[in-house]
Design a protein around this ligand. Structure first.
Ligand code: SF4
Length: 495
């Protein structure tokens, strides 16, 4: 291992720190859709007899990026392994959304140091959102010379070339594009699931919520063309997939960046996908500001569109929402919530909430509690605000002590738990349709899956049911899951 290789990297060539002004100008730039991905001739068999492991942190977008990287590596001859000791290439696909996630990644990089010392030919790469952050790359350059390769979220398609450089160079290879690239359509994918699949419909985010690093790490909003998406979904249907999830950082902005005189948006796309023979269609993540009436109307048509809406609110107080830059008020969020509820009466709702945003008062926090009580969410991902370097919120002064933030989170979680239990209790003695996803993590004799409304259901049955839609009668509604009995003969389906 070359302990001095970080000195040889001119970092300024590869990276510019987040700039809100520069990032906002980017919206006018044209995105090109290209289909020219190919593995260079001399890299086509480089992985024969070798193994790879990609460790993934963070959101579904990262999980799907991992499927693409796995697809590329497999086209180069590599085979997947779950054992780090067996791997010739280890990639850590990172998440930058919270400090905690970053600390875990640095812990993992540290753990891999002895292995790299033992196996100097091992290629250790860091990619994903953390790689787009200047502070992170500097820290790796200075303190973790065991890393061979750093690349960002915009140049995954360059993995063969980057791997080649890492294999044949003694320097740490850093290629992080601060400006997003084109959409590359013909990348290979090695999907992890055989009956559930992620389908990217767009990349990036232009919302610039003041606490969020994503618009900088993932770049501007770029929508895939509808024909490409629909063809991918049709192909998944032909292969027998039971469920797809349309993915984007802000899926409701889908289509806004296309040359699009008809204002083709997510509603239009979902309306077309509704007619494809795939039993379940989900979408994530929604932003309330862009959630339009056409989409609500299409969701109301039901069919394969699942009755689960993840609608991040973040705060129940309009002043805090304004400082967060969310672009809606408490009242507008509630209007939207009731509109969707009216169109899709059986829908379950989940949300994301940040507590302890800089200077949040007790009254403002209580507004969040009252909104949660009013919406009676089925579940919520709750977090204490975590400043991310380079974002506008990180520069805000904060007078709320951490103990107060923790106490607010506890109160919020208590309410969320009560509402989850109340929501699950409504399923007692109901027969629900479950997509069987596998053995339960806690008990291998029990199968586990989700309802259309995204409730976890556990029940006993043969493993041959995995990948199928079955009916289950709920016998015990717990706070965060439902236990039931498999119904061999269908009674009722569709909830
Ligand atoms: S919409 Fe979501 S991804 Fe985009 S800036 Fe806001 S929180 Fe981040």
């Amino acid at each position: 291992m070359d302990e001095s290789k970080f000195n040889k990297v001119d970092f300024s060539k590869y990276f510019q720190p987040p700039s809100l002004k520069a990032a906002r100008r980017r919206r006018r730039e044209t995105v090109h859709i290209i289909n020219d991905f190919s593995i260079p001739g001399d890299m086509k068999t480089i992985g024969r007899g070798k193994k790879y492991l990609v460790e993934t942190y963070g959101c579904q977008m990262n999980e799907h990026d991992t499927e693409v990287m796995a697809g590329i590596l497999e086209e180069m001859g590599y085979q997947e392994t779950a054992d780090v000791n067996d791997a010739d290439v280890i990639l850590i696909n990172t998440c930058a959304i919270r400090e905690n996630a970053e600390n875990k990644v640095f812990g993992e990089i540290g753990h891999l140091k002895p292995l790299k010392r033992e196996k100097p030919d091992l290629i250790l790469g860091i990619c994903g959102c953390m790689a787009q952050e200047e502070t992170v790359v500097n820290r790796i350059l200075q303190k973790h010379p065991q890393v061979d390769l750093i690349f960002g979220t915009h140049n995954i398609h360059r993995l063969p070339q980057l791997l080649k450089e890492a294999l044949f160079s003694k320097e740490m290879i850093v290629e992080v594009w601060s400006k997003e690239g084109d959409i590359v359509e013909n990348l290979p994918q090695s999907r992890h699931g055989h009956f559930q699949a992620w389908v990217n419909i767009m990349y990036g985010c232009d919302k610039f919520c003041t606490y969020c690093i994503v618009p900088y790490t993932r770049g501007k909003e770029r929508s895939r063309h509808p024909e490409e998406i629909i063809e991918e979904v049709r192909d998944l249907a032909r292969k027998g997939y039971q469920e797809i999830t349309l993915l984007g950082q802000n899926v409701n902005a889908y289509g806004k960046d296309l040359q699009n005189p008809e204002n083709y948006g997510l509603g239009n796309l979902m309306d077309e996908i509704r007619k494809i023979g795939i039993p379940r269609v989900r979408f994530t993540t929604s932003h309330p500001k862009d959630f339009d009436d056409h989409l609500i109307e299409v969701l109301g048509k039901g069919g394969n569109l699942c009755e689960h809406i993840h609608l991040p609110v973040q705060s129940g107080n309009s002043d805090i929402l304004k400082i967060m830059g969310r672009g809606y008020t408490r009242e507008r969020y509630l209007d939207l919530f009731y509109k969707i509820k009216k169109a899709v009466p059986n829908a379950s709702f989940t949300t994301d909430i940040i507590v302890g945003f800089p200077n949040e008062t007790e009254e403002q926090f209580e507004d969040t509690l009252s909104l949660v009580r009013e919406c009676r969410f089925d579940g919520a991902y709750t977090f204490i605000y975590s400043p991310r370097a380079g974002t506008p919120a990180a520069r805000m002064q904060d007078n709320v002590p951490m103990e107060v933030k923790k106490e607010r989170l506890m109160r919020l979680n208590k309410l969320v738990d009560e509402l989850a239990a109340e929501s699950n209790a409504r399923y007692q003695d109901q027969v629900v349709e479950v997509l069987v996803e596998g053995e339960s993590r806690k008990n291998s004799e029990v199968l586990s899956g989700h309802t259309r409304t995204n409730k976890v259901v556990n029940f006993r049955g043969p493993n041959s049911l995995i990948g199928q839609l079955v009916n289950v009668k709920i016998t015990d509604a717990k706070m965060w899951s439902l236990d039931g009995e498999w119904q061999k003969e269908p009674e009722v389906a569709g909830r």
